[in-house]
Design a protein around this ligand. Structure first.
Ligand SMILES: *Cc1c(COP(=O)(O)O)cnc(C)c1O
Length: 234
């Protein structure tokens, strides 16, 4: 086994055992949690090594990078792609069909573009609404107040299923602040689910905070550097 294969296998094993321990603390079954391995910037060879180590869900942030990797790895028939980045409407065709979940829809125009693509392809695209739970002007996502409006819009578009919510809280905050942000997303999900019962998933938690997210109800954690190592700056 190559050094890189061993590194990735160990990264995955360590993240999986941390997920299991956090789930146990929270009294949750680890099967309720999906680990999305965030492979952005890493070559498709690394994704193949992770797949060989048993990983099946992978997340990418850039539509073109996703499309190129999907082509290079088309022989891995059990691989599931997640699109976790900010999507431009004109790139909708690169993620639908072909992704099991689009994590970060924060505008009606993007939802509409995804809807058109899904209808044309004869599929139903599962989408999450990205919510800005930290309230900083610079962060992506709708405000918790506007989440309601976007959720209603998505529910009205053909070809889309409103599957849940996603967030990226402000970085470098004390644990209690991050935990409170995750909790706000869960509470918002619970409120919106009254009108939208399909809204069940919570995509939250990255390498530095996925254990907190699991304790607060995450169904999908998006973990990159804890598996693949530190990314070079782009
Ligand atoms: C890059 C990225 C991740 C993974 O970040 P790590 O800190 O490497 O785990 C998760 N979610 C989103 C939206 C990202 O852009």
């Amino acid at each position: 086994m190559s050094g890189r294969a061993r590194e990735i296998e160990q990264g995955l094993a360590s993240v999986r055992s941390r997920i299991a321990r956090a789930a146990e603390r929270a009294g949750r079954a680890p099967e309720q949690l999906t680990l999305v391995a965030v492979s952005k910037t890493w070559p498709h060879e690394d994704i193949r090594l992770a797949y060989e180590a048993g990983q099946r869900d992978f997340g990418e942030n850039y539509a073109q990078e996703l499309a190129a990797k999907r082509e290079a790895l088309s022989d891995l028939t059990e691989l599931r792609w997640h699109f976790i980045g900010a999507l431009q409407s004109n790139k909708a065709r690169l993620v639908v069909p072909g992704c099991v979940l689009v994590h970060a829809v924060d505008r009606a125009s993007v939802a509409q573009a995804l809807s058109r693509r899904a209808v044309a392809a004869g599929v139903v695209a599962q989408v999450l609404v990205e919510v800005n739970v930290s309230g900083e002007g610079s962060k992506a996502g709708v405000t918790p107040r506007d989440a309601d409006v976007l959720a209603n819009a998505i529910a009205g578009y053909d070809g889309l299923s409103l599957a849940g919510l996603m967030c990226v809280p402000a970085a470098d905050q004390p644990d209690e602040v991050t935990r409170a942000a995750f909790r706000r997303l869960r509470e918002l999900r619970d409120r919106l689910a009254v009108d939208h019962p399909s809204l069940t998933r919570l995509s939250m938690g990255m390498s530095h905070d996925f254990e907190l997210a699991i304790e607060e109800g995450a169904t999908h954690v998006r973990v990159g550097s804890a598996i693949f190592g530190a990314r070079a700056a782009r």
